[in-house]
Ligand binder design. Structure first.
Ligand SMILES: [Zn+2]
Length: 361
């Protein structure tokens, strides 16, 4: 459709007349009208504030005390976490289907680690634009197999051009330590540990994304889950003020020091997110924050939990917030020496206790 030039609606005097008709002619009525508009705007921004506030509220209290000195157990855990990150990010480096063999090297190393822990590893192949990739899974059977299981996942691939220490060798390291710590425990619920391929671009949120293939298969089998957790970029901490950034408008609700771990997901999973952050806060010596918000808020859907949320499962990611804190995000300097392994070990201990508590419910 085209508009006719010189029509009455385009004429300046017509526009001025329409404008004048919109506002009352006398001064008192005009002031009343402006007052009502101002009150309406104030009400809208107040309700916006409380809506966002409800997204950012977390149950329990974040850790603020002074840290207990590291125990030998914590020190050994930090060393193992570092060993995993150094192997994946330091020795293998970028891990993607686009670089022949790199993803396979990571995959076979993770398989051997789980086998050494005493697990039988199930390989789930799936097709993607770059060829066949594999998700790896191990089961920790619960004493009540009828209860819906908990699924803990981390992606082991990277984008091209980054060693991916934080994103996401750190998540794989925590995944391997959770399965190791709980291997001999008899918990009520089954826990499924999964290492996903193809989380990163160019596969992110496409049919070739590993977690999407996995979540779709679960839904097709009508498998129930209590919920899913994605361990996503979880090893970068900074205690300097101003080190933490946030997507639009959220900075008013959070500290600007990047020393916390974040529990983030879509609003439909808010109870699942609350359960995790509350459990973590009861046991962990690391500050924590949470966000359950619509996926239109930038960053909220940026990991494998998205695949599970879109298939109707409870899901969240546990993260250091990646690009909102780590200046090396998706870059060549995302290297093993940039991570804080003692804090990561404290996070891992907190997550182990939280997972064990939820699996005992
Ligand atoms: Zn990434």
């Amino acid at each position: 459709m085209t508009h006719r030039e010189g029509s009455a609606a385009q004429h300046p005097s017509f526009r001025r007349a329409a404008c004048l008709r919109f506002f009352p002619a006398d001064r008192v009525s005009l002031l009343w009208a402006l007052g009502r508009i101002a009150a309406l705007l104030a009400l809208l921004s107040l309700s916006g504030f409380f809506t966002v506030r409800s997204f950012t509220d977390s149950p329990g209290e974040t850790f603020t005390g002074s840290l207990a000195p590291p125990t030998p157990t914590l020190g050994a855990l930090a060393l193992r976490l570092r060993g995993t990150v150094e192997h994946l990010a330091g020795e293998i480096g970028p891990r993607t289907l686009a670089i022949p063999d790199s993803l396979e090297l990571a995959e076979s190393w993770i398989r051997r680690e789980w086998q050494a822990q005493g697990f039988e590893v199930v390989t789930h192949p799936f097709e993607s634009a770059g060829g066949t990739a594999h998700n790896l899974e191990v089961f920790l059977p619960g004493t009540d197999p009828d209860l819906p299981a908990i699924l803990i996942g981390a992606h082991y691939d990277t984008v091209r051009g980054t060693p991916g220490a934080d994103d996401n060798a750190s998540g794989v390291a925590v995944l391997l330590e959770l399965s190791r710590a709980l291997h001999d425990r008899r918990l009520i619920r089954t826990i499924r540990f999964v290492a996903f391929a193809n989380e990163e671009p160019p596969y992110f949120q496409t049919a070739g994304m590993g977690s999407l293939a996995f979540a779709r298969a679960l839904q097709e089998e009508q498998t129930e889950l209590l919920g899913m957790v994605a361990l996503e970029s979880i090893g970068y901490y900074d205690s300097d003020a101003g080190s933490q950034k946030f997507p639009g408008g959220l900075s008013a609700f959070y500290p600007d020091t990047g020393n916390f771990v974040a529990f983030v997901g879509m609003h439909a999973s808010s109870q699942w997110i609350d359960r995790w952050v509350e459990g973590f806060r009861e046991v962990a010596q690391v500050p924590s924050e949470s966000l359950s918000a619509p996926s239109m808020i930038q960053g909220v859907s940026w990991s494998d939990h998205w695949s599970f949320s879109t298939h109707g499962y409870n899901a969240l990611m546990i993260t250091d917030t990646a690009p909102y804190r780590n200046p090396n995000y998706h870059g060549w300097f995302d290297k093993p020496e940039t991570l804080d392994y003692e804090t990561l070990a404290r996070v891992t201990e907190g997550l182990t206790a939280t997972l064990a508590a939820i699996a005992a419910e």
